[in-house]
Ligand binder design. Structure first.
Ligand code: 6GU
Length: 243
C-alpha cells in the first residue's frame, strides 16, 4: 500500500507536509516558478517542501557527463542509467517515495483528477528528461508514473515539472486562502468555471450581469451553474459528465 494522507488524522496535514524532490540537469529553470504567489505561500507555511537536485552530482566522470549516444545509432543523446539510478537510490534511501514520476511527452496526459490523486501523497520524486529522453531501463525499473502535460513537445521536462508541482501544490490543505475555492475550479466537477466580474459595474457601457448585484445568493448560484453548463457545453462538451 502506498503511503497516502488518506489514513491519517487531520492534524497531520500540518505536521506532515508534502515533499517533492526534482532531478534535473537545469535546476536554474526551476528556481523562479516556486518563489512566488501560491507556491511560495505553501512553502512559507511549511505545507510543501520542494528540493531540486542537480543530476550532474551523480555524473559518470569529472566532466559532469550524464548522457551518451544511443545504441542503434541516430541523432540525439540519451540520459544514462548510472547517474539516474544512483540519484534515485540515494534519494530513496532518505525517504520512501509514493511515486517516482518521469515527465515525458509520451506519458499519461495530466488532468485535474491526476493532480488530485498526487496531492494526497507525502513524498514525490520527479525526473526531468532532456535530449532524446532517458535510458528505458530507468523507466522499467524505477519510474512508477509517466506524465505528459499535453500533446506538444517541450525541450525538457522542467517546465512540465513546474506545471505539475503547481497543480498539486495549490490543492494541499491550508495552501489556498479560501480553502473551498479549489472546489469550484474548472474541471474539479466536470464543469468549466463561470464568468467573473469586479468593479466597476459599468465599464465603457459594458455592464455586469444584474443578477450578480441582486444579493440573492440562491439565484446567483443558479445563474453561475447555468453559465458553467453553457460554457462547458459550448467549449468542452467532452468533459461533461453524464449523471
Ligand atoms: Cl512532460 N516533457 C516534454 N519534454 N515535453 C512535453 C511534456 C513533458 N509534456 C508535454 N510535452
Amino acid at each position: 500500500m502506498n503511503n497516502t494522507r488518506k489514513n491519517k488524522p487531520r492534524f497531520f496535514f500540518y505536521l506532515c507536509p508534502m515533499r517533492i524532490d526534482i532531478l534535473s540537469v537545469l535546476p536554474e529553470l526551476l528556481e523562479s516558478p516556486f518563489q512566488h504567489s501560491i507556491m511560495k505561500r505553501a512553502q512559507d507555511k511549511g505545507l510543501l517542501t520542494i528540493q531540486v537536485h542537480q543530476l550532474r552530482k551523480w555524473a559518470v566522470n569529472e566532466y559532469g557527463q550524464v548522457d551518451d549516444y544511443q545504441y542503434g545509432g541516430g541523432a540525439g543523446m540519451v540520459m544514462m542509467c548510472e547517474p539516474l539510478a544512483k540519484a534515485i537510490e540515494e534519494l530513496s534511501s532518505e525517504r520512501k517515495y509514493d511515486e517516482i514520476i518521469f515527465l515525458t511527452p509520451d506519458g499519461e496526459t495530466l488532468n485535474q483528477q491526476i493532480a488530485n490523486t498526487f496531492s494526497l501523497k507525502e513524498n514525490l520524486l520527479l525526473i526531468c528528461g532532456h535530449y532524446k529522453g532517458i535510458d528505458d531501463r530507468i523507466r522499467q525499473h524505477f519510474v512508477t508514473k509517466e506524465i505528459s502535460i499535453g500533446d506538444y513537445v517541450l525541450s525538457g521536462g522542467e517546465l512540465a515539472a513546474a506545471v505539475l508541482v503547481d497543480a498539486i501544490g495549490r490543492l494541499l490543505p491550508g495552501v489556498l486562502n479560501d480553502e473551498t475555492s479549489a472546489l469550484f475550479d474548472s474541471f474539479q466537477d466536470h464543469l468549466l468555471a463561470p464568468p467573473v466580474f469586479t468593479r466597476p459595474e459599468d465599464f465603457r457601457g459594458w455592464k455586469v450581469p444584474k443578477i450578480l448585484m441582486s444579493g440573492d445568493h440562491k439565484k446567483i448560484e443558479e445563474w453561475r451553474l447555468d453559465q458553467s453548463l453553457k460554457r462547458t457545453q459550448k467549449r468542452r462538451p467532452d468533459i461533461l459528465k453524464e449523471e
